[in-house]
Each structure stands twice: as structure tokens, then as C-alpha cells.
Design a protein around this ligand. Sequence first.
Ligand code: SAH
Length: 485
Amino acid sequence: MGKVYIVGAGPGDLELLTLKGKRCIEEADCIVYDRLVNPQILSLAQRECEMIYLGKGNTEGGVIQDEINRTIVEKAKEGKIVTRLKGGDPFVFGRGGEEILALNKAKIPFEVVPGITSSISVPSYSGIPVTHRNIARSFHVFTGHTSKEGTWHNFDAIAKLEGTLVFLMGIKNLDLITNDLIKYGKSPTTPVAIIEKGSTSKQIVIEGTLETIAKIAKEEKVVPPAIIIIGEVVNLRSEFNWFEKLPLFGKNIMTTRDYTKSVEFAYEIEKLGGKATILPLINIESLDIQLDIKDAKAILFNSQNGVKTFFEKLEDVRVLGDKKIGVVGIKTYEELLKYRIKPDFMPEKYLGEKLAEESVNFTEDGDKIVYITSDISLIKTEEWSKKLNRNFVKTRIFKTEKVIIDDIYDKIKDVDLITFLSASAVNAYIESLGDKNHNPKIKIASIGEMTTKSIKNYGLEVEIEAKISTAQGLLAEIKNYYTNL
Ligand code: SAH
């Protein structure tokens, strides 16, 4: 018998997931999630984890709830650890309780992991505190849906509450809600805000009063998911708004590196308030080779992936004891430090050839020097061997495959900026476009000279180029660009 974790995933921002929720995702054999869950959260799961999306459009639909109940019971009976991921908190209009009833009936063990509910966090992300000294001493959360039988809240009582009123799922009935509140005595000038897609880079906030908000919402075409917040606290937004001021807020930035690195990069983008579109255009795979470094006097690395793959293959780190180690690039350097190895040398210029030249100072005539690199690296070991009087041996340890994405033109139409961190990714992008041209509305950012060159070779403009050729350097330049825009 497996187990089910009913987990709240928070309102949208990846980092508003709890540590416990994260653990449940990492342990899961199967994840059942709904439409309000940030897809990036799913990348925390194991690769083999089965992903089941159940939550089309209307989360209120009874049919889909039956299917969810059935699915989690079935998967747990298969002996799996099932994580049922829900937006916000499972018990705040999340129907978590119904799932528990189904699990109990089938005698399946479960745990509930509370989540950060949108009812308070979405207002926070728009600079509206649900309570504030001398302004609101309570807050009240309602569903804006009428029940199946058509019964409606007692607005006579609600209108008399002095605290902040929060309505979830209330867009369809916005007219009804505001009219009833006024009808039963709330002042028509009470401030109201509606927050759409809160805590995401697409957050939109509109403001008005009980009297005006329904019209404004129609004009602005507000769509779910959105929260309605009513009360004087709304006025604090002008001073407390912080999220929308983050440097990448509202920007949709595409990452094209291999999946693992794309996820890391995406995380950095979202920390700055942006939305990341993860679309890896290259794939890194370890090659099936035996390391032959026994009699080598020096080992050279020209990439982080090279170091990583090398250590995956190395059985006993002590064989490195008598060997000099050289790297090119700060990232390669840092990767080696992770294995508690301090490189003996690193050329100032980011060039594979310089690395070979420098290795001469650490070896003697005829010494064997192993150069760990990728399948497409253009390093010229034969030429160097002759010129530098050493025996350079190239070991291709990983391969970089282009990933061709069908319909890429349509898939990225909402993207503001594409980031390229290698020429291979550029090639894969152009191949993916096929007979379509690059959409000129989408700007391009490049990690450095070499990548920029290959972008320009295709006749495309580079809007942003990193000053330091690392992902961090590129991010810094992107941040600069949008801050100064
Ligand atoms: N369990 C969830 C609520 C589920 S009901 C929670 O605790 O947050 C779904 C409603 O939640 C939506 O219709 C909307 O009113 C609100 N909601 C959820 N996420 C939201 C977001 N990111 N921005 C605005 N409203 C959101």
C-alpha cells in the first residue's frame, strides 16, 4: 500500500512552496496536479515520476473531482507514493477534504501539507496587507461561487463586517457581490482591488470602489484566477507595492540550455520577478568511454560538464594525486572546487588553446596530457603535440545534442527575450524554426563573443551581450537592460 500526500503548492511563485511540500514532491512516484500549480514546481520531482494533470478549466466540476479521487486511490493501491498538488492551501476551497474521505474509504494512509493560500499571499504580492493596525482588525474569506442549489451568502451579515473581505472565484459574480454589499449598507466608495494571476510575473492589479470595480473589470477583461479584496487596506498598495517593482517583473524570458541548467537559470530569472519559459535546445549526455589517465602528467578541462562527467566516471580520486590540473573558465574552476580540487593553472583568456600552452609550464617534454572535452570541441591536440612537444590526448567525455522543437514559433510567441548560452543552442533554434523566420518582436541575449557571432551569422540582432561570459554575467546584463529601459 502506498501513501498520499495532499500538498498545497502556494499561489504561483515557486519559492512559496513549503520545505515539506518540496520533500513530498521529491519523494513522489506519481504527482496529480491542477491548473493553478506553477509548472516549475514539477521540475523538483524525480525524472521517473509519473505526472498526471487533472484540473481543466473549472476546478469546481464534480466530474473531475471524482476522477481525481479515483486516480489517487488507484495509484496508492499500486504501492506508489502519490503527491496530490493543489494551488494555495488544500483546505481553502481546495476540496482536499473530499479527497480524504475517498482515501479513508479505501483505507489509504495520507498526510496533509498546508500551503500558502492565495487569499492572503496574492494581496501581499500586490502590496495589500489583509489586516493593518487601525485600518482592519479582521479579514474574511469567501467563495464567490453560488452553491449548486443556488443559495447565496447572507450579504446582510457580510456587509456589516468591518474587516477586510476577500472573495475567491468571484469574477463571474462580481456584479452580484458588489451590488449586494452596497444594497446591505457597505459604502459604495469602499476601495476594491482585483488581482489576477497573483505572485506570478503576469500579475495584474486593477483598483476601484464597490461602485466602479465591476465596470473596470469588464473593460480590463479580468479573467480567473483572480482575487477580489475589499476594504480600506487596498489604499496601502500605493505605498506597499513591491513585487511589481522587481527588475524582471512582467518579462517572459526563455532559457535554452540543457534541462538541468535551464531549470537553474529559470530559478534565477524568477527570483528577479520574471517568468521563465524553459525550452532546452541542447541535451548533454555522458559518452560511454573508459577513462585512460594512468600515465598522464596533466589533465585539462574546458567545461563544467566535462568536470562533472569526469568525476561520475572516476572510481578513485587518489589516482589524481600526481597529476597537474588545468582549467579554462571560471565555471569550470568552480566545478572542480566542488570535488575539493584546486586547479594548478587557469589561463586568463577563455581559450582552449591558451590552456594547452600553459600546461607546458607544468610538464616536461613528451609528457602525456589528457584533454577532457565534448564531442564537438574543436581542440587541435595533434597540432599542439607537435608545436609544444607534448603528447596531447583528447578524451571526448560527453556529447551535446541539438534538440529540435516543432512549432517553436508558436510555442514562444509570448516570450520577450531568448537567451543563448552556446552556439549549438543557436543552431538548434534556427533548425527548429524551419521555414519560419525569427519573430523580430522577441529580443535576443547572448553569453558572449562566440555565441553572438553565430547569432549574427544568421542575420539576427543581439540586443544584450554579457560582459562576463557566464550565466550570472548574462543575467546581470539582462537585469541592467530592463532596469534602464
Ligand atoms: N486552494 C486555493 C484556492 C482554490 S480556489 C488557495 O488556497 O489559494 C481557486 C481560486 O483561488 C481562484 O479562482 C482565485 O480566486 C484564487 N487564486 C488562486 N491562485 C491565485 C492567483 N495566483 N492569483 C489570483 N487568484 C488566485
